[in-house]
Design a binder for this molecule. Structure first.
Ligand code: SER
Length: 313
């Protein structure tokens, strides 16, 4: 049977790029993008879908014969703090609806994105291992730790083949991310290329794990295509490529923009970032399904500049 894939949150930072890549593999009409934002003609076929409307979700899955779901719809770390209950509702209840429908319907595989936000002040920060204390500081982190546990439970109890990655901060040029703490690493390119200046909401020396979007998309698809018996972690895999601070990425961009300036004005997001790991040990992903990253900071900065520069010319 041909695969029919539903992507929720398809207009977000990861969703837009993931849909395009999945369509290259499975064919345009086999990938149905859905979101509560306005459709973009670049992301067709597209349907409006509120993840909290379980009845409609059920209809979409039945009517389109959905066999795989990439469930990306979520509110991120910084925005989540403005409305904790709404964030909990969307981030957790959306996932539970999909897990329950998978149990009853013919969904073969589900992807659930987790995050470095599951780590907290009790987690060792350097080279953070797969199995560590998880006591997140944000409602986003709480919802993702809980989501990981529900994924593990649905796999063990009902055999639902749900797979997950703890994404680091994702950097991309295709869209502007909204509401995350790692967003500065995208904004800084736009600020400097457009105005030769950037005001950073994190301190200069706040190191965080990061990944360039092509690596993130490839990791997601490789995880989903790996043979089932290779997937040993059923909560969520640590995943890593590089770590850097705002000062380090600024220095890299300065190689192209030597007169650029930066100011550091940390806000409430500084405390969120400080609770996260500064680097990640992802050896289980590397061992179990052969994960390898390609982009380091230099390659990422060059490629981001190459794509963003023409936007302001
Ligand atoms: N990029 C996300 C955020 O900053 C982390 O998962 O919220």
């Amino acid at each position: 049977m041909a695969e029919k894939i539903l992507v929720t949150g398809a207009n977000g930072q990861i969703g837009t790029v993931l849909c395009a890549e999945l369509r290259k593999i499975y064919g345009k009409d086999q990938v149905l993008a859905s979101d509560i934002k306005r459709a973009s003609e670049k992301n067709e076929p597209y349907i409006f879908l509120d993840i909290l409307n379980e009845q409609r979700l059920r209809e979409v899955i039945d009517d389109h014969g959905i066999t795989q779901v990439y469930h990306l719809a979520a509110i991120l770390s910084a925005n989540g703090e403005w409305n904790p209950m709404k964030t909990w509702n969307i981030n957790l209840n959306g996932l539970l609806s999909i897990l329950n429908l998978a149990k009853e319907h013919h969904i073969k595989k589900i992807f659930f994105p987790s995050t470095i936000a599951v780590f907290g002040n009790t987690t060792p920060k350097v080279n953070t291992a797969q199995h560590v204390p998880l006591l997140p500081e944000t409602v986003y982190g709480i919802s993702k730790v809980s989501g990981e546990m529900w994924c593990n439970y649905y796999y063990n109890r009902y055999g639902v083949d749900v797979r997950s990655l703890r994404y680091p901060g994702i950097i991309s040029h295709q869209s502007i991310p909204a509401g995350g703490t790692t967003d500065y690493a995208v904004e800084i390119f736009h600020g400097i290329i457009k105005d030769n200046d950037y005001e950073c909401f994190l301190d200069a020396d706040t190191a965080l794990p990061m990944m360039y979007i092509p690596d993130a998309i490839r990791a997601t698809i490789e995880l989903m295509e790996a043979p089932k018996e290779h997937i040993k972690v059923r909560t969520s895999y640590n995943l890593s490529a590089m770590s850097f601070t705002p000062a380090e990425i600024f220095e890299e961009i300065q190689k192209e923009y030597p007169d650029a300036t930066i100011k550091y004005e940390p806000d409430f997001r500084q405390a969120i970032a400080e609770a996260w790991s500064s680097s990640i040990d992802d050896s289980e992903a590397r061992n179990d399904w052969d994960w390898k990253h390609e982009y380091d900071l230099k390659a990422l900065a060059e490629d981001m500049i190459r794509h963003i520069k023409p936007m302001y010319e």
